[in-house]
Design a protein. Structure first.
Length: 230
């Protein structure tokens, strides 16, 4: 997969210009697991971590790589993993304040066009939490698609999915049946977030180069996100 297919363009090329002389390579963060990452390199996926100097120089959590970030990296000759030295300037960011009294900003995803917000219709369902994520997505200027998972565990699907006010999300089952009118939302049975491409009803109209992210809206501090390239 070429870098251009992953969203590489003239803006990021200009940001990367100063890193060529250090023989660094561009890559995009597709998965984040705390301090471990997976990068799309244009040729393959590779595991990555930040360098010691990077960790020493950052001023806060918001400076670390996030899903969707473009980074400058080199390959470790020992275990062939990637070492991230720089995060390129972000064109947009989907973020929130970290829990507690810390002033840090948590970057959930960067450089994205569409945010799939996934919430289960089981005991984890929390409308206020979903509203906070919708606000964060709007501030990032990304389109939002609400995905209500685990519909088989919700005995009141019709009631819980009915809009409360004009302009509330339209709810559509994964089989394509509309329940209401409004912006896009989806309901469906349980599915794994890495299997989105195979989940019917979860592919809104996009154009080549559109970047999207899946955000599992769970209890504070337990988000799982993955860049889904379309």
């Amino acid at each position: 997969m070429k870098l251009e297919t992953l969203g590489w363009n003239n803006f990021f090329e200009a940001c990367f210009a100063t890193h060529h002389e250090h023989r660094l390579l561009p890559g995009r963060v597709s998965i984040q697991h705390k301090d471990r990452y997976v990068l799309f390199t244009g040729r393959s996926e590779v595991g990555a971590k930040v360098s010691g100097k990077f960790r020493f120089d950052v001023s806060g959590l918001q400076d670390f790589p996030a899903v969707g970030d473009w980074v400058a990296y080199e390959i470790d000759s020992g275990d062939q993993s990637a070492v991230i030295h720089h995060v390129l300037e972000r064109r947009s960011k989907f973020s929130r304040k970290v829990a507690g009294d810390r002033p840090d900003e948590q970057i959930i995803a960067a450089n994205i066009d569409i945010a799939f917000l996934v919430m289960g219709l089981d005991g984890n369902y929390n409308l206020r939490r979903l509203e906070r994520y919708l606000t964060a997505a709007r501030e990032s200027e990304a389109r939002s698609v609400i995905v209500l998972n685990k519909s088989d565990l919700c005995p009141f699907l019709g009631r819980s999915s009915r809009p409360r006010a004009p302009g509330s999300p339209r709810v559509r089952r994964c089989d394509g049946d509309d329940l209401d009118d409004g912006p896009p939302a989806r309901t469906g049975p349980p599915w794994n977030s890495t299997e989105t491409a195979d989940a019917p009803g979860l592919n809104p109209p996009t154009h080549r180069g559109t970047r999207s992210v899946i955000v599992c809206v769970q209890k504070a501090g337990r988000e799982v996100s993955r860049a889904a390239l379309t």
